[in-house]
Design a protein. Structure first.
Length: 80
């Protein structure tokens, strides 16, 4: 997804954590997209939308959601 946008990407990383309780399993993804310091506000907003779209379009995540696994995306966009 990120390749199809004209974004000045410096780095992309994702950390994920799994949390369990007696009645719930939750996965939290923490994507971090670093854009160059010359990134425009429009490009920063586009990077934020990519985080949400990637979650909606992920086949594995969608299968897990059908099995009642909770998935959250807490993305961060930085400029450097």
């Amino acid at each position: 997804m990120i390749e199809s946008r004209d974004l000045p990407v410096v780095d992309v990383a994702v950390d994920s954590e799994g949390l369990t309780s007696d009645d719930e399993f939750k996965i939290i993804h923490h994507p971090r997209i670093v854009l160059s310091e010359k990134a425009t506000e429009k490009q920063i907003q586009s990077a934020n939308r990519i985080c949400a779209a990637a979650d909606r379009g992920c086949t594995v995540a969608n299968l897990l959601k059908k099995a009642d696994v909770k998935i959250e995306v807490q993305g961060e966009i930085f400029t450097k």
